[in-house]
Ligand binder design. Structure first.
Ligand code: PGA
Length: 242
């Protein structure tokens, strides 16, 4: 797999027409577009080169779970990737590592490529808790993943410096590489037979993307704000495919 660029549209845009327009304008190979649920179908119908991702998945199959969306509802729409445990869900909705673990398990069973988001807030960073938080998010988040079993699809670990999301600030790429090495060592404590990919998220744009993506240790980017601007995101994909 070459570098992976994930467009996380979050709760944008505000209409189906605008979603179709944005999807058509950013329909490039190497990009995974994750629109809000109501726009999965219009986006699926508008793309030929990009791939489709969802911003979440629920762990149950069917039944009384108001407001949730199951893996097979997503599967029918051609979704290939799912974001799991995004910091905004953890912070705004109290999503826990245990919930994340169940979602990750279901995503793998459904043969989606999961994008597991981990990362520290500003307060955790300032309190020197970054590595403790990352270890917990990985250890609990992956706790339902069987050891010694080969997964057909990779597991993408998106390291989000939460303190940088949407601020224009980013991590120092050297620190990202160090953080990725720490996470790789954590994962080596288990006999996971998976292909883990490590990507970075936090105010990535066309101006700073190269600083991250030129390093082999950073295998892609999770892009929020800049993914809503066609020229920006296409430039990031171009940089990633160099
Ligand atoms: P951002 O968002 O690029 O706007 O910082 C990244 C993310 O949270 O997915």
């Amino acid at each position: 797999m070459s570098k992976l660029i994930i467009a996380n549209w979050k709760m944008n845009p505000d209409s189906s027409e605008a979603a179709k327009k944005l999807a058509k304008e950013t329909d490039v190979k190497g990009l995974v577009i994750c629109p809000p649920y109501p726009f999965l179908i219009p986006v699926a119908e508008s793309i030929k080169n990009a791939e489709l991702g969802a911003q979440d998945v629920f762990w149950k199959d069917v039944g009384p779970s108001t407001g949730e969306v199951s893996w097979h509802q997503l599967k029918h729409l051609g979704v290939k990737y799912v974001i799991i445990g995004h910091s905004e869900r953890r912070q705004n909705l109290g999503e826990t590592n245990e919930m994340v673990a169940k979602k990750l398990f279901v995503a793998l069973e459904a043969e989606f490529t999961p994008i597991l988001c981990v990362g520290e807030t500003k307060a955790q960073k300032d309190n020197g808790e970054k590595y403790k938080i990352l270890a917990e998010e990985l250890n609990v988040g992956l706790s339902l993943l069987p050891e010694n079993v080969c997964q057909p699809q990779p597991i993408v670990i998106a390291y989000e410096t939460i303190w940088a999301n949407g601020t224009g600030d980013t991590d120092n790429p050297r620190d990202t590489i160090q953080t990725n090495s720490f996470m790789k060592r954590e994962l080596l404590k288990f006999n996971y037979k998976c292909d883990f990919k490590f990507i970075y998220g936090g105010s990535v744009n066309s101006k700073n993307a190269e600083d991250f993506l030129k390093h082999k240790e950073i295998e892609g980017a999770l892009v929020g704000g800049a993914s809503l601007k066609p020229e920006e995101i296409k430039e990031i994909v171009k940089i990633a495919s160099k």
